[in-house]
Design a binder for this molecule. Structure first.
Ligand code: COA
Length: 254
């Protein structure tokens, strides 16, 4: 795709982020996000401490900038049982070992947008997750007004699970977030549409009361903290809100 903001043909390559990227990585985060990240976060990224990351560079970039980051994605592995999305994972007996990949930050410099770079970075994360046998999903939060990012996640087949009311607190204002998930390695939600249909068919055979009892039990066992995510315009009000301030948003804003 032609990008009118660039005066040359870009040659985009992807590579791990390293210590020499520190300054540019900090600057890109400062330019792209409305919150400030602490230097410890960047140190952890460039040193690969509990964080995996990929960078995008433009090998045709002039003025000795051919190895300078123009895009990045950072993510970390979390134990499913210690995550805040455990209820969206189907139960299995090996659950104690199940992991998830949480995307922390994703960004592409303005002049390199709409070239498919963010899509490629997300695919790197998905490939990484697919190679971890215990990993069941890649997930992330996105602020509710970020249409380019929301469009991108949907295009990449992420499922929007919930709208989280007042999830972010930025510069004195609350903002909702969407929770997006991409299941891998057989990971899936506890009640897929197919399971629901099967349950209803069984119910039609054995009587409404049995189904109602099953559904009630399931609901009882796994109370939903958040409202279900629907297409915009049909969002349900939330019951639960998790607030995030500039300070504690360190590893959560994408
Ligand atoms: C979101 C972001 C990472 C996307 O990067 P990118 O490299 O431009 O993404 P891609 O080129 O892979 O895909 C962009 C898609 O969004 C579409 N898009 C762009 N602006 C859009 C908008 N305002 N509304 C809807 N879709 C939009 C593009 O058309 C493209 O889709 P297409 O390939 O079907 O044409 C980039 O805009 C960015 O860095 N934003 C600032 C930081 C940020 O918001 N990060 C994500 C936080 S969750």
């Amino acid at each position: 795709m032609l990008n009118i903001k660039l005066s040359h043909n870009p040659l985009i390559q992807y590579r791990p982020i390293r210590t020499s990227d520190l300054e540019v990585l900090e600057k890109l985060h400062g330019d792209l996000f409305p919150i400030r990240y602490e230097s410890e976060f960047f140190q952890n990224v460039v040193n690969g401490r509990d964080i995996v990351s990929w960078g995008a560079v433009d090998r045709n970039r002039p003025n000795g900038q051919s190895d300078e980051l123009i895009g990045f994605v950072t993510a970390r592995t979390v134990l499913a049982k210690a995550s805040d999305i455990e209820e969206y994972l189907r139960y299995d007996s090996s659950r104690s070992e199940q992991t998830l990949i949480y995307i922390l930050t994703l960004g592409v410099a303005d002049s390199y947008r709409n070239l498919g770079i963010a899509g490629c970075l997300i695919r790197e994360v998905i490939k990484y997750a697919l190679n971890i046998p215990t990993c069941r999903a890649v997930y992330l939060h996105v602020i509710s007004y970020n249409n380019p990012a929301i469009y991108l996640y949907k295009k990449m087949s992420f499922q929007c699970l919930r709208r989280l009311c007042d999830f972010y607190f930025i510069n004195g204002q609350h903002y909702d977030a969407y929770l997006f998930i991409y299941y891998v390695n057989g990971g899936r939600s506890p009640c897929s549409p197919l399971e629901l249909i099967k349950l209803l068919v069984t119910g039609a055979k054995s009587g409404f009361n049995t189904v109602a009892a099953k559904l009630w039990k399931k609901e009882d066992r796994k109370p939903s903290k958040w409202s279900k995510c629907k297409e915009s315009g049909s969002l349900l009000p939330t019951k639960h809100s998790k607030r995030m301030s500039n300070e504690d948003a360190l590893t959560q804003f994408v």
